[in-house]
Design a protein around this ligand. Structure first.
Ligand code: FES
Length: 162
């Protein structure tokens, strides 16, 4: 029989407790802040200001530095993320061949713009630079899977898969 992972029901307090344990374990290691942030994001899902303050306080690192590192690296997020990440290429070839129309269609279908997440946390939309599929532009990726020569109609079918 398959059991449901208990972390799905974990409360915020329990998550903070786990993060505190991670901080205790890592804080004296060199370059620990990035590792702590990675693991905290893994546990909490994203890094809201409240959590940044908690990390700053527990590590005795100024909040401005914690926040600076989070803003510098694109893989850290201060907003809740969706289950699926859609990235639309806006490199030159994709832009010229309709990348912007794809963005508009996503906005029409899901009601979100670049950098936003649907209220049901199903999708997060981001834009990206060229991924080397220019010959088959416009390209998008969903959770890393590349879709080429996407057009607004095709897009609807692709999103249905998710
Ligand atoms: S410009 Fe989009 S893949 Fe190159």
């Amino acid at each position: 029989m398959q059991t449901k992972c208990s972390c799905l029901n974990e409360t915020d307090a329990e998550k903070y407790e786990r993060i505190a344990q991670v901080i205790e374990e890592y804080k004296d290691r060199e370059g620990s802040l990035i590792q702590i942030l990675h693991m905290s994001q893994g546990i909490y899902g994203y890094l809201p200001l409240e959590l940044q303050k908690f990390i700053a306080q527990k590590t005795a690192i100024p909040l401005s530095k914690v926040n600076g590192v989070i803003t510098f690296y694109s893989f850290f997020s201060t907003q809740p993320r969706g289950e699926n990440t859609i990235r639309v290429c806006l490199g030159t070839a994709c832009y010229v061949r309709g990348g912007k129309k794809i963005l508009e269609k996503i906005h029409e279908l899901l009601g979100i713009g670049a950098g936003q997440t649907t209220p049901d946390r199903k999708f997060t939309l981001e834009v990206m630079r060229c991924i080397g599929a220019c010959g088959l532009a416009p390209a998008i990726t969903i959770n890393g899977k590349v879709y080429k020569r996407v057009n607004p109609d095709k897009l609807e079918k692709i999103l249905e898969e998710y």
